[in-house]
Ligand binder design. Structure first.
Ligand code: ADP
Ligand code: MG
Length: 228
């Protein structure tokens, strides 16, 4: 689908967002790494090429934060898939959401969870935010901001601003994050030729939460595109 078609489809949904799969194919088109994945109906057979362990995610027109309603299960085997889907349907129902299908993905290697976001700001263009995920961003508000288009050295400066940068560099025996891969990912989003620059006005916000950065890769495992 073209970006205009994606926007039209999103506009017809209650949540006015691209589906996660739509968002991720757009990211891939700009060279941003995303997990291998397929959308299937509940009970439908999984294509052979997906490797375990799997991550199963709810597709639902009304659900935004999937985990809040039991809509994400990690470390799932093929044998467990149908049972997990039924549990997910029941869990979503408790929160008033319908399960329309499943996004089944390969589980990416563990790493640091980074948040990369962008908001369209009147008169300024895109404000880009990067932060360390989980507790660091929520409690310590350890985030850095920049205005697109961002050159690679500006992206690196934003990362250096983060108090949690030591953690990314492998402090306390943690994984040493592939910082160049993270810079490349942010550049493909917010650089001069990046995805943001080619988005029409209707798209007002993007959240990649999280990008998982291991010692070998930076992968956007969640993608939210908001249509205004
Ligand atoms: P939510 O809508 O709740 O934000 P996410 O898609 O971000 O759902 O998934 C929740 C969490 O599950 C992520 O923060 C990440 O820790 C983990 N996760 C999601 N997808 C993958 C994946 N493909 N590989 C590994 N971990 C994943
Ligand atoms: Mg998320």
């Amino acid at each position: 689908a073209t970006i205009a078609e994606l926007i039209a489809q999103a506009g017809n949904r209650e949540s006015a967002m691209f589906t996660e799969a739509e968002g991720k194919s757009l990211l891939s088109a700009f060279g941003i790494d995303t997990p291998q994945g397929v959308e299937i109906a509940v009970g439908q057979k999984l294509p052979a090429h997906l490797r375990e362990p799997l991550v199963v995610k709810a597709i639902s027109a009304t659900l935004v934060h999937k985990s809040d309603a039991g809509g994400v299960r990690v470390g799932v085997s093929r044998a467990e898939l149908n049972e997990v889907a039924l549990q997910m349907r029941a869990s979503l129902a408790e929160f008033g959401h319908e399960l329309d299908g499943l996004l089944v993905e390969e589980m990416v290697q563990a790493g640091h969870e980074i948040i990369v976001g962008a908001v369209r700001t009147p008169g300024l263009g895109w404000t880009v935010m990067v932060g360390l995920g989980g507790v660091l961003v929520e409690v310590f508000e350890d985030v850095a901001f920049g205005l697109a288009p961002l050159a690679n050295d500006q992206i690196l400066d934003m990362l250096q601003e983060l108090r949690g940068m030591k953690v990314l560099n492998g402090a306390r025996g943690g994984v040493k994050a592939d910082i160049p891969a993270l810079v490349t990912l942010i550049s493909r989003l917010a650089g001069p030729e990046g995805l943001l620059a080619s988005l029409p006005d209707d798209v007002v916000e993007i959240d990649l939460n999280p990008v998982i950065v291991s010692d070998a890769r930076a992968v956007a495992v969640d993608a939210r595109f908001v249509v205004g």
